[in-house]
Design a protein around this ligand. Sequence first.
Ligand code: 2HA
Ligand code: ZN
Length: 274
Amino acid sequence: MSMTNIEVIQNYIRACDDGWLQGWHERNGGNLTYRLTTKEVVQCRPFMNAQAGEWVDIGVKADNLAGEYFLSTGSGKYFRNVILAPQDNICLVEISAQGDAYRIVWGLEKGGRPTSEFPTHFMNHSVRKTATDGAARVIYHAHPANLIALTYVLPLTSRDFSRVLWKSATECPVVFPGGVGVVPWMVPGGSEIALATCELMKEFEAAVWSHHGLFVSGNDFDLTFGLMHTIEKAAQIYVLAMSMGQGIRQTIEDDDLRAIARDFSVTIREEFLD
Ligand code: 2HA
Ligand code: ZN
């Protein structure tokens, strides 16, 4: 028995590999973090390092994440390599009692630190934990090509993106009735993109990073990965339809979206409908 046999670690590794297999993680692109349950921390504890790493200042503070444990991909590490050598490419970190620092308690055995987007993930975990009464545990960032392509041709507004994606596949208004937020182009890894994303994640489960990728949150790996997958597939359908050159001849109308929402008992963001 070792850390990598534990179910939650296995599920985390699978999520990374599934993203790689989708083609969303060229080179070191993307990052995944997961907030462990108390039970999972107990399961992992026997396999944590005898000597924890040094405390490292996160640069931001979240009172509601004090003492929590997170799995994170490593900065500069490749999703491709997670399944081959998880102990060298991911880590488990403990958050300080002040909610402002982390220390590595397992993983990244050849050195390294959590993802460059860790402060962004951390702040967004804090926002989503509050927004969902503690249910949200996963934050996932990937570089899905069709969605990124749309950021070159659609107006960069949450309304425009939500409408195009909802109308590109009938499941979309059911899977993300709240729509998607859109962040303008910003330097990745910095506090500006972290704050802009946090503002959107108070209301949305997904934020498009213009000319960069997609940032999503969910309660478990299936839901979070499924959200990324559904949004990217909708973007792909729109790209395919537009690529046929004649434009959109017929689509799902606004009242059709309302009908789906009614029958599936979800609340669609009415302000985005005509
Ligand atoms: O981790 O995707 O946004 C590499 C990135 C940064
Ligand atoms: Zn990225």
